[in-house]
Design a binder for this molecule. Structure first.
Ligand code: BT5
Length: 259
């Protein structure tokens, strides 16, 4: 990553400290350790390559050198924000979709943590917490985005098809500028975290709204229903075939295969 461009892109933002790595295991691991040892609010870890990038449930996230964004932003939530921590994944997802919209691309959020472009995964989000006793003392918002085609893993490694910004925008897309826009988006959205309009925007960006979906829950069981929207804590709202409402807190959504 071009250091000069990176500095220039980040300089207008009110960040804490910034740690840049040409190569690292996982930016989230670095950020979690840093948050534990006192990192300031809005400190950032960014890497050009991850050798042990993580998704949820110990899944792997691939970040080949020179092709993608791998960032972890540390938040020190205020007392007011602590009431809305389950919305933070939406903050990241909305900032990512906004950064694509400014480039003329319409993307969607596959609940809870994937950003889709043309129905394919272009970014993934992993939010993790640092605790101090019973309280969350820090949050790490990890975002991986495929910028160039080389970031996209081969199909055999994926559960869901993937894409890159290059596939829609050509090879000239600048990682540093996309990074700036995602961070600026999160910073701008943060004061609205508690608002109804925040949930409304998040809901509007959801993939498969009004469609029959399957949700694979943490224990592997499958739930089927029509995807309606979000609860105020960011849980997913569905209705089953008997029109009974269902709320899902953890899981992976996919379109229900047609019978
Ligand atoms: C995610 O998990 O999508 C969260 C990914 C978060 C990555 C960021 S990068 C910066 C920070 N540091 C980290 O170590 N992590 C965060 P999940 O929904 O569990 O999806 C994981 C699945 O996505 C994998 O099992 C693969 O099938 C697929 N996958 C892996 N790499 C991918 C890529 N580059 N593009 C698209 N899909 C990918």
């Amino acid at each position: 990553m071009n250091q000069h461009q990176l500095k220039k892109a980040l300089s207008p933002l009110p960040l804490g400290d910034v740690r840049y790595f040409d190569s690292i295991g996982s930016t989230n691991n670095e950020a979690l350790a840093w948050a534990t040892s006192g990192a300031k609010d809005l400190s950032l870890v960014i890497a050009d390559e991850q050798t042990a990038g993580r998704g949820r449930l110990d899944r792997k996230w691939f970040t080949p050198k020179g092709t993608a964004l791998a960032l972890s932003l540390i938040l020190r939530p205020t007392a007011a924000e602590k009431l809305y921590l389950t919305r933070i994944v939406g903050l990241a997802a909305l900032a990512a979709t906004d950064s694509l919209r400014t480039r003329g691309l319409v993307s969607q959020i596959k609940w809870p943590n994937d950003v889709l472009l043309n129905g394919r995964k272009v970014a993934g989000i992993l939010v993790e917490s640092v605790w101090s006793g019973e309280e969350v003392d820090g949050l790490v918002i990890g975002i991986g985005m495929n910028v160039l085609k080389g970031a996209v893993p081969s199909d055999g490694l994926l559960f869901f098809p993937a894409t890159s910004l290059e596939e829609s925008l050509g090879p000239l897309v600048e990682r540093e500028k996309v990074l700036h826009d995602i961070l600026a988006g999160m910073i701008a959205l943060r004061p609205h975290l508690s608002s109804d309009s925040f949930i409304a925007s998040w809901e509007k960006a959801l993939a498969f709204r009004g469609e029959q979906v399957q949700v694979e829950q943490g224990d592997g069981s499958l739930l089927t229903g029509k995807l309606l929207g979000l609860e105020s804590d960011g849980s997913l709202r569905l209705t089953d075939e008997q029109s009974k409402s269902i709320t899902v807190r953890f899981g992976d959504v996919r379109l229900r295969p047609r019978a």
